[in-house]
Design a protein. Structure first.
Lengths: 196, 150
């Protein structure tokens, strides 16, 4: 009787170890799978983008940046997160080869920093999204200074955000719609300058 | 009754079973040239507080609690440490560009201001990691100065 019990015990233990092991592997596989999918998508995307100039890369970035801005103006965490995910991909595939080496260095720093904020925006509650939108705005403003843009933009400033330290953002309209305060104070801020 | 007994046995065996899957330990006593404390002139009081409160998850050297020897606690800790180091690694401070230092400092300041860091789940056990109001003020003041001097 004792012997049977022991055999059963050992067998169960082996089984459980197997299960946990495969579970852990399963988890790992699950984690890597979307990444490889993403890579395939990226390959396809970069093939498609092959003959596009980097100007379009920066306008894709600006488009998704503005989507985040509009979502934050409307207190819409979900849309901001979606655009954040797309923005992250835009930064990742941005082609800076047509710029001078100084500009490339600067762009590398900007993209490195901006990617992190885009990622945070893609999976955070709204107040944290706004924090990273502040960092992101600085990056995008500096990026546009290098890449230029076809769109007419307004560089706005809200003096109250972040304990009165203030924060900037970019908009396509002259009218102030504040992404940091949302519906609490939609009109807070002023135009600092026009970018064309 | 028999069912409960079987379940209890299975749980026990599973618990024993998972102990055979240890995690990599985040331990490295090396001194980093790029460490936050080395490249910045940090006052000793602030240095000590940051090392006690932040370095377990934001550096390459963790002072593990006893329960890290037990699964699944160790897995949980491993995840936290990995995520923490991805966000900010004080050992690699000087490898960040000025732009990133600026962004990191901005995040450090607001996370501490809003009591989001150190995590509640961490200070629950590490009582000495908690910031008092005056410590909070001191650290924020120091980090702000660092940010403005970048």
């Amino acid at each position: 009787m004792k012997k049977i019990r022991m055999t059963v015990g050992i067998l169960t233990m082996a089984l459980v170890s197997l299960i946990t092991m495969s579970c852990k592997d399963g988890k790992k596989e699950g984690a890597t799978e979307p990444m490889s999918n993403e890579m395939h998508q990226e390959d396809a995307a970069s093939e498609m983008m092959a003959d596009n100039s980097s100007k379009e890369g920066s306008s894709a970035i600006l488009d998704n940046y503005l989507k985040i801005k509009n979502a934050l103006v409307a207190d819409n965490q979900e849309d901001a997160a979606k655009a954040g995910g797309m923005l992250f991909a835009d930064f990742k595939k941005f082609d800076k080869s047509s710029y001078s080496s100084d500009e490339q260095q600067e762009l590398t720093d900007i993209i490195e920093d901006a990617k992190e904020s885009a990622e945070h925006i893609s999976d955070s509650p709204i107040e944290h999204q706004r924090e990273h939108f502040d960092i992101l705005s600085k990056d995008v403003i500096d990026m546009i200074a290098i890449t230029g843009t076809d769109q007419k933009l307004y560089q706005d400033f809200c003096p109250m955000y972040n304990d009165n330290k203030g924060a900037q953002w970019l908009s396509t309209t002259e009218e102030i719609k504040n992404p940091y305060m949302g519906s609490k104070m939609p009109g807070c801020g002023k135009v600092q300058k026009e970018i064309k | 009754m028999k069912v409960f007994k079987t379940i209890a046995w299975i749980l026990l065996i599973a618990f024993v079973g998972i102990q055979f899957f240890p995690t990599d330990r985040n331990q490295n006593e090396a001194v980093y040239v790029s460490d936050f404390m080395r490249v910045n002139n940090v006052p000793p009081v602030i240095q000590n507080k940051i090392e006690v409160s932040c370095y377990d998850c934001h550096s390459n050297n963790t002072k593990y609690p006893w329960y890290n020897r037990i699964q699944p606690a160790a897995w949980f800790l491993e995840d936290h440490i990995k995520e923490g180091k991805d966000e900010l690694n004080f050992n690699e401070w000087d490898d960040y560009s000025d732009r990133r230092k600026n962004s990191k400092l901005r995040s450090i300041i607001s996370q501490i201001e809003d009591d989001e860091m150190p995590l509640d789940s961490y200070t629950l056990i590490h009582r000495d990691a908690k910031f008092s109001e005056s410590e909070k003020k001191e650290i924020i003041k120091y980090m702000t100065k660092l940010k403005n001097n970048l």
